[in-house]
Design a protein around this ligand. Structure first.
Ligand code: SAM
Ligand code: SF4
Length: 341
């Protein structure tokens, strides 16, 4: 039997790094597999996948999540690859939603399988969904994702709304691919009354296509929206939230921008990540090296695993700021299909 989260919380200090950042949010990538092949993430070929026996079982994920909760994590988001390709995900969601100290449980998905699963996910305890949609044009959807699936994803959006999930749309903007749709997405946010968050393209692409000229910055997006008559009013949201939020004057919708490249939010970062093969990432740009699964499978105690996590976290790198200073931003720095965003 492993310790409960509450027991660990009283025994162990919380995770803290040299910059006094304390993580509250854990991204659990539960698979590196995906049923889409987005051009900015995971090409159809050329990406080695983890052998199945290297992927954490649901019991192992639950065990590690309990240890993280004991170290102060309050929010968990399941991601991938595509998390919904993993069978019986609702069982994992139910188990995670019952961990002491976990206040919110979310999912990031491409939506292809969501309409079929939405009701089960809701009853299992899932609260929020980030749905990725990069284009509202069917042909372009096929060329970006490799799948003719826009209508299915839009159906999933409606089904998930009907289930009462809190939903946000994630849209990665890439120059020359979908930057002509920024205004359409703003209108979509208004019409659907569903926040759209524009994400700057990050060099975490398995396809190695990233270069700085493909990045459309938050400022450029806002200028384009202003030119089309949208007046954006900044909202106050916590610095630890990477999205800069805006309401749209005179309208119901809201927009967010995740300026991952143009405005580093590393100083207030409160996120940590666990890959599906059990590597603990203290920073999205850190190479996967902290092998927690190894300790777990060696039968180490919860206290030993917690101490290892604390030690790893103390050495969390400063983040994007230092990469920019070293001029070391380049394509494929990490693989987003293994980290999960
Ligand atoms: N398959 C799910 C999905 O697409 O929502 C979850 C995993 S995906 C890696 C998580 C998020 O990362 C998605 O919103 C996706 O658009 C985003 N993403 C993937 N590659 C990216 C990149 N190179 N730069 C910025 N965001 C990226
Ligand atoms: Fe799959 Fe999501 Fe990556 Fe697209 S962004 S290839 S849906 S993991």
């Amino acid at each position: 039997m492993h310790n409960s989260g509450e027991t660990l919380a009283t025994k162990s200090p919380n995770l803290t790094d040299h910059f006094n950042r304390i993580p509250k949010k854990l991204r659990l990538s539960i698979t590196d597999r995906c049923n889409m092949h987005c051009v900015y993430c995971m090409p159809k070929t050329g990406i080695p996948l983890y052998p199945k026996n290297e992927i954490l079982s649901y019991e192992e994920i639950q065990h590690l999540a309990t240890i993280f909760a004991g170290l102060g994590v309050e929010k968990i988001r399941l991601t991938g690859g595509e998390p919904l390709v993993r069978p019986d995900i609702e069982k994992l969601i139910f188990a995670l939603s019952n961990i002491a100290g976990i206040k919110t449980l979310g999912l990031t998905t491409n939506g292809l399988l969501l309409s079929k699963k939405a009701a089960q996910l809701k009853s299992a305890g899932l609260q929020s969904i980030n749905l990725s949609i990069d284009t509202l044009n069917s042909d372009k959807f096929k060329s970006i994702t490799g799948i003719d699936g826009l209508s299915q994803v839009l159906l999933s959006l409606q089904t998930a709304r009907a289930q009462g999930f809190e939903i946000k749309i994630n849209t990665v903007i890439i120059r020359g691919q979908n930057d002509d749709e920024i205004v359409d997405f703003a209108q979509f946010a208004i019409d659907q009354r569903c926040p759209v968050r524009f994400i700057e393209f990050m060099p975490l692409d398995g396809s190695h296509i990233w270069n700085q000229s493909l990045v459309v910055t938050k400022e450029e997006m806002i200028q384009r929206l202003n030119k089309s008559g949208f007046v954006l009013l900044p909202q106050n949201n916590p610095l630890s939230d990477p999205a800069r939020l805006y309401s749209i004057q005179g309208q119901e919708g809201a927009l967010g921008f995740i300026p991952s490249i143009s405005e580093s939010f590393c100083g207030a970062c409160d996120r940590i990540r666990l890959t599906s093969d059990g590597k603990f990432l203290t920073c999205i740009f850190e190479r996967p090296q902290n092998d927690v699964k190894k300790l777990l499978r060696l039968g180490k105690s919860d206290k030993e695993i917690a101490d290892y996590l604390i030690e790893c976290y103390q050495n969390k790198p400063q983040g994007l700021i230092s990469l920019l200073e070293q001029k070391s931003l380049r394509s494929g720095l990490n693989l987003m299909n293994t980290i999960g965003g």
